[in-house]
Design a protein around this ligand. Sequence first.
Ligand code: NDP
Length: 496
Amino acid sequence: MTFGAPAQAPDPLEVTAVAKMLIGGELVDAKSGKTMDVRNPANGEVVGDVPRGAAADVDAAVSAAAAAFPAWAALSGTKRAKLMHEAARKMHEVVDEVAKLLAQEQGKPLAHAKIEAARVAENLEYFAGLADKLRGDYIPLDDPAKFGITIRRPVGVVAAITPWNFPLTLMANKLCPALAAGCTVVLKPASTTPLATQRAIEAIASAGFPAGVINTVHGPGGEIGDTLVGHPKVAKIAFTGQTETGKRIMQLAAKNVTRVTLELGGSDPMIVADDADVRRATAAAAIGRFFNAGQACLAVKRIYLFEGIAQEFMTKLAERAQKEWKLGDQFATDTKMGPLHSEQQRSEVEAQVGDAVKRGARVLAGGKRPEGAEFAKGWFYPATVLADVPEDSRMATEEVFGPAVPVFIVKDLDEAITKANATVYGLGSSIFTRDMAKARRAAEQLDAGYTWVNDIQVAYDQLPFGGVKQSGYGKEHGIEALEGYLEKKSVVLASG
Ligand code: NDP
């Protein structure tokens, strides 16, 4: 296949509510011919279908990626960058179409889906900018007739496995550094949100990537995951999802000593000191907890309040929950929060809230399903704030993956930090205070991959992102993301 002109280039204008898989430059069905329905969480209606891949399809995709790897790795960084910039342009062209698919299958408001679709193009541009800046080191050796250098080589075929909450962002976080580094990719999106990802990938591939550089497989993770993760030609697994799935992947990866980066669950603490700007803190808490209906890894999931501001904070946060986070259909222009993604997701949040309330928690906002015909068929749940939550209840000890947050009162920063760190997770964290000494202590002592001081929990392209403890391993975003896709090799040069 000639560079820049793949045979059977995917048509960027083809609408793929009935999607295919992209394997070796071809849009294909599952070898079995089986498909899976994709449904709208707001009303249960089928919005499209995708092939239900099996082990043979995974093998075909990995083999295509392995065949494409040597030429892609050998291509200059400048040429890879050029293709990625073109891919960003192609992605911009389909933002509206992709956003519509995403809103339909995921449930998030259309305006938020548009932001997410546009982020793919931004991410492509960020890593395109780095693709031609990869270089090694010169290391003088004791013997003056010799010297050492390091060169950076792409690791090989990357299996990228993504969840349903931010399907596009989390796909881009893996695809873009992989392509910039010179790796080829097999992407497996979540079974309930494959349509937007597939459409985005087709647009990206239409920039002219050689066949096999970017591939997709669809199918239940429980059925095809082991084949993909354990495939001997896969050199690296880039995974985002639940901590339990991540643990299983890490175990399976040991079989071939396959590299992994794991972006897993979180239970981010927010500390609000008595010298904080309470209005700003409640705005950050509300966005941090209710955006994407609370289905975010990086989200304010436990709030620790100093006594002096506790009452004011709780009243303001409850007001925001009730007045600002309007529930509704994802295509209504005034909707701030769509349905939860699945029935199981809503049941889980209801059970966590129910456990806290049964044990004495007070509901300050939300706390029960909304009434009305427009909510009858979907998995809606309102913005919920709870006080007096027992510290050993499920709300406090588990990840809550929905729009419900517990607030706790603490006497000082020592207690806040101790309680904030009392979790198996360590993804994000934040503190609101006007005291630089408190901010510094929080930054240094909170066990997390990120600490925001007086700011909303938003991840930046430029800053490395990744968890500690059971929130994961390895970084996405920033120049550091490339490290997961490159090997540093030492070379000794002696005169001949
Ligand atoms: P899952 O772990 O259930 O699924 C994630 C992906 O893994 C899906 O594509 C799924 O496929 C696939 N998968 C499932 N089982 C296997 C397996 N045995 N082998 C290989 N792949 C498998 O996570 P969710 O989709 O429920 O996502 C929510 C979780 O993701 C939350 O815990 C959240 O905190 C975390 N998350 C972490 C982020 C971070 O950056 N740290 C960011 C966003 C979310 P299928 O859909 O077919 O089952």
